[in-house]
Every structure is written in C-alpha cells, then in structure tokens.
Ligand binder design. Structure first.
Ligand code: DC
Length: 250
C-alpha cells in the first residue's frame, strides 16, 4: 500500500527545471523574449552577447592587440564579468570588473568590434566555461549564438529566432534610443550585415541552428504572440521533461 507521502509524490505533476536556449541573428528580439520568459518562469536570464561585449570593451579601453595571443590571454585573466539588478529600472546591468558598464557595451563602437573579438577561440573558451557554470542548477534562459549548439547542447528547449532585415534594423535603433543613444539607420544596417557575416562564418562555434532547435520567424509576430508561443512550449517541457527541480518543496 502507498504511504501518504508516496501518494502525494506519485500524483504530483512532473514539474522540472529546464534550460531554454535562444539563438539567432543580431536584432531578432532574442533578449526581449528571453527576459519575459525568465521573469514569468522565475528563472535566471543570461544575455551572453553582453559578456562578449564586455570583453570587447575591455580590449578597446586597454588597447589589446587581438592578433597577439599572449596579450589576449593575459587580458582575459584580468576580466571579471557579473550581472546585477539596477534598482532604478529593475533591469539587469552588465558589470565589468565591478563597474556598471551597461551603457558603454551597447554603443556602436563596441558593436563594430565585437564580432572579431568573439571569433577568438581563447575568448570563447573563457566565456563558455562561465556560462556552463551558470546552468548548474538549470532553471535558466540564456540567449546568444551558440547556446543550443555548444554551451548547452542538452538544453531541453532550443529556439532559433529569425526576422527580416528591416525589422531587425528598426529594433536595434529602438533599443539604442531607449538607452539614450542616437543611431543612424545606415550605420546600424551595415553593422548588422557585417556581424551576420562574421558570426556565421567564423571557424569556432559559428552561428547556426541546432538540429533539434525550433525556428521562429518573428517578423510578423507581436511580442505577446511570440511570448505565448514559446511559453507554451516551455511549459510542456517543464511538465514532461528536464532535470529534477532542485528547488522543489516536496
Ligand atoms: O546579442 P548581441 O548582439 O549583443 O551579441 C554581440 C556579439 O557577440 C554578436 O555579434 C556575436 C557575439 N556573440 C557570440 O559570438 N556568441 C554568443 N553566445 C553571444 C554573442
């Protein structure tokens, strides 16, 4: 006969903690979706693009010669990246060596240099290791370019997002404007085009859709429609798959 405790366990829905990997081109709205999902699931959200941007900012400010492997290796030893909630807007800001550099990492100066920096294997190795540690307890939404292929190939839900160029450029301009920066349409368009090319053609971890990722073109979707679509997919995985939830109360 089942004890009362066993009965409660066996009749409880299989609630699990999962990792949601969201990859795609720049300006496809990955972070908007990832943030909303994390907030509603009470999961942690990590913007890995911000980590590549922080390394890029450090290299620019310290005149690191990116072709010099020794210089790159010593620079990485001096880089500490962390995320903290900004109480003024409740958003998560990126800190580089203890300083809030959220605004500085979003400038076009950084955007123009981030793809060559993220093509360096030593940089990728350095950041991927930290990203994998963040997934130790699962319950994580992470966005980037190689999350479903390299960082978490075992993620329970993988989304590959696309959108048409016009929509992507406008979203990037809106994002810059919301951070108090004036972006020029042609400059943003050129930057996205160059980054697409470098991100998809680099040798180490190029941007590509994982075989088991679900592709979503959100050009014609509202934020709410997109959220609902992916939230339902996540709930299905949470109820039927994933690792045992470590924070479970039973
Ligand atoms: O998501 P984003 O536009 O802020 O990313 C900035 C750059 O960082 C992007 O052009 C490529 C690189 N990146 C990467 O190579 N791998 C990731 N997981 C995330 C970003």
């Amino acid at each position: 006969m089942l004890s009362q405790f066993q009965f409660v366990l066996s009749s409880y829905p299989k609630v699990k903690s999962i990792i949601i990997a969201i990859d795609g081109y720049s300006g496809c709205g990955k972070s908007t979706l990832a943030k909303a999902l994390a907030a509603s699931l009470n999961y942690r959200y990590i913007d890995t693009g911000a980590m590549y941007r922080a390394v890029t900012l450090y290299f620019l400010e310290n005149n690191i010669e990116i072709e010099n492997a020794q210089e790159v290796a010593s620079a990485l030893e001096n880089i500490n990246i962390s995320f903290h909630v900004n109480p003024s807007n409740n958003q998560t800001d990126t800190f580089l060596n203890g300083e809030d550099r959220e605004v500085a990492i979003r400038t076009l100066r950084v955007a123009n240099f981030v793809s060559p920096v993220s093509a360096i294997s030593a940089v990728r190795k350095f950041l991927v290791k930290q990203q994998q540690l963040m997934g130790d307890h699962r319950a994580l939404v992470m966005d980037g370019r190689d999350i479903g292929t390299v960082v978490f190939p075992d993620a329970e839900l993988k989304i590959f997002m696309t959108a048409n160029d016009e929509v992507r450029i406008q979203r990037r301009l809106d994002e810059m404007q919301s951070k108090g920066q004036l972006g020029n349409y042609d400059d943003v368009a050129a930057n996205l085009k160059t980054r697409d090319l470098i991100d998809t053609s680099r040798i180490d971890s190029p941007l590509m859709k994982a075989a088991d990722a679900i592709e979503i073109d959100n050009s014609e979707l509202t934020r709410d429609e997109q959220f609902e679509l992916v939230y339902n997919m996540a709930m299905e995985k949470i109820q039927n798959g994933g690792a045992p939830q470590k924070t479970s109360s039973y």
